[in-house]
Write a protein that binds this ligand. Structure first.
Ligand code: COA
Length: 162
């Protein structure tokens, strides 16, 4: 089951992120984004308890009024990988962002994984971020977000990442 994260899930989300990633940075990032009010959408995948998580946070690109989000982090608990949790989280998240009127999503990760959701490095090649490179991918959700160029800013909490 995929649903929006609730405050009661926050502890389980923190534990999931701390075990899914080699460092506690991602768990800390989510707490900071939440504290700053920069999370647009948080989804959990639940099998009795939380076994998957994805967050989308607000980005900005001045002077446009495009609504841009960053997909990060995405995680599935180790015993539940390759069972479609990651796919269901990303797919549902993208659908909800479309419904919510978002224009563009950026992700930093393995192109072999994110290509299946319509992300591409090509769509991000005219975008500048601190993480520009082959791992930076984008997916336009609206026509007006296609072929945009410029500097996109992550939410301030990302500045703490090493
Ligand atoms: C990446 C991650 C979220 C994938 O979650 P998942 O629930 O296992 O993904 P899915 O079951 O939806 O996998 C869908 C497909 O992607 C493939 N896949 C899974 N992880 C992959 C990876 N790292 N690279 C490339 N392909 C991958 C699966 O084989 C599957 O392909 P198939 O449908 O042909 O079998 C999970 O492995 C994870 O939590 N990893 C640790 C944290 C992490 O690295 N997050 C991503 C940061 S960008």
């Amino acid at each position: 089951m995929i649903r929006q994260a609730l405050p009661d899930d926050y502890a389980a989300i923190g534990e999931l992120l701390e075990t899914a990633f080699p460092s506690p940075q991602e768990a800390a990032l989510v707490c900071a984004l939440r504290h700053d009010g920069d999370l647009v959408l948080e989804l959990v995948s639940v099998v009795e308890s939380v076994v998957g998580y994805v967050a989308f946070s607000r980005m900005s690109m001045k002077p446009t009024d495009l609504r841009i989000t960053a997909l990060a982090p995405l995680a599935a608990a180790e015993g539940y990988r390759r069972r479609g949790h990651g796919t269901a989280l990303v797919t549902t998240g993208l659908e909800m962002l479309v419904e919510g009127g978002e224009d563009l999503v950026l992700v930093l990760g393995d192109p072999d994984y994110y290509a299946r959701f319509g992300f591409s490095a090509r769509a991000a090649q005219e975008l500048r971020t601190p993480y520009s490179g082959p791992s930076l991918q984008a997916r336009a959700l609206t026509r007006r977000a296609r072929q945009i160029a410029g500097t996109v800013h992550y939410a301030p909490a990302f500045a703490a990442l090493s």
